[in-house]
Design a protein around this ligand. Structure first.
Ligand code: SAH
Length: 228
C-alpha cells in the first residue's frame, strides 16, 4: 500500500478531492493511505505559535525550524523521502510522479507565509518540489496536485490500465483529440476514420494528430520527441 503523509497547518484540506470517485474507492480498498499531521500540534507555547519574523528583515513570517522539525521527527520513517512543496523546487512532472509512485511512502510538507527556515530543509535532507512557475499562498493545493498525479499511477487505482498508457506525456506527445456520441452534434460529425473499424488506420491517424498538436502547441516537447 502506498502511504502518503502530509504536514500542514490546514489539515481540513485533506483528503478533500482525493476522497472522491476512484481515489475514494482505492482509499477504502487500502490501495493507498493518507496520514495528515497538523504542524501546529508540535507548538509548545500557550498561543501555539508556529511562525516568526525573518532575520535580516523583510515582510512576512517563516515557519519555525524547531516546530517543524519536532513535527517531522515524531512521524517520518527512516529512509523515507521528505518533500517540501516550494516554488524554488525541482519542477514536478509526469516522470517525477512515476518515480514517486514506486516509493512505499512519502512525506509532503506544505509551507505557508513566506516559507520555512532553511536549516530544517538542510538538516532533515528535505527535497523541494515545485508544481510550476507561479506562487501559491500555501503548499496544500500543490500537495493535492502531486498526490493526484501519483495516485492514478498506482496499480489497481484506475479501472482501465490502458487509459494511463496512451495519455499526454506518456510517449512524449500530447494526446490526440477524442470524440463520443452523438455521432453528429451541432452539425459537426466525428472524424470519418474513427468510424472505419480499421484499427491500423485509426492508430496512424491518432499518431499524426498527436504529432501535429505537439508540434503546434509545445515546441519544447516536439524537439525532444524528434531527437528520440
Ligand atoms: N517566499 C517564498 C514563497 C512562499 S509561498 C518564495 O519566494 O520562494 C507560500 C507557500 O506556498 C510555500 O511555502 C510553498 O509551500 C507553497 N508554494 C507556493 N508556490 C508553490 C509552487 N509553485 N509549487 C509548490 N509549492 C508552492
Amino acid at each position: 500500500m502506498f502511504q502518503a503523509q502530509v504536514f500542514t497547518l490546514y489539515p481540513e484540506f485533506f483528503p478533500g478531492p482525493l476522497a472522491k470517485g476512484l481515489y475514494g474507492k482505492a482509499l477504502s480498498n487500502k490501495l493507498w493511505n493518507l496520514n495528515v499531521v497538523n504542524i501546529r500540534d508540535a507548538a509548545t507555547d500557550k498561543h501555539k505559535t508556529v511562525d516568526d519574523t525573518p532575520y535580516g528583515g523583510g515582510t512576512g513570517m517563516l515557519l519555525k525550524p524547531d516546530i517543524l522539525a519536532k513535527s517531522l521527527d515524531q512521524r517520518v520513517k527512516k529512509d523515507e523521502r521528505i518533500f517540501y512543496l516550494s516554488p524554488k523546487g525541482k519542477k514536478f512532472d509526469q516522470k517525477f510522479a512515476k518515480d514517486l509512485s514506486k516509493e512505499k511512502s512519502i512525506s509532503l510538507i506544505c509551507g505557508h507565509f513566506e516559507g520555512v527556515d532553511e536549516r530544517v530543509l538542510d538538516t532533515r535532507n528535505i527535497e523541494e518540489i515545485s508544481i510550476g512557475d507561479y506562487v501559491l499562498s500555501g503548499g496544500e493545493t500543490a500537495a493535492l496536485v502531486v498526490l493526484d498525479t501519483i495516485l492514478r499511477l498506482l496499480p489497481g487505482v484506475l479501472g482501465n490500465k490502458k487509459s494511463a498508457i496512451d495519455e499526454t506525456f506518456e510517449n512524449g506527445l500530447l494526446e490526440y483529440p477524442q470524440y463520443t456520441k452523438p455521432q453528429i452534434w451541432e452539425e459537426k460529425p466525428v472524424p470519418e476514420v474513427l468510424l472505419s473499424g480499421d484499427h491500423a488506420k485509426i492508430k496512424d491517424w491518432r499518431l499524426s494528430q498527436s504529432e501535429a498538436i505537439t508540434r503546434d502547441r509545445r515546441p519544447d516537447l516536439w524537439q525532444k520527441y524528434k531527437k528520440n
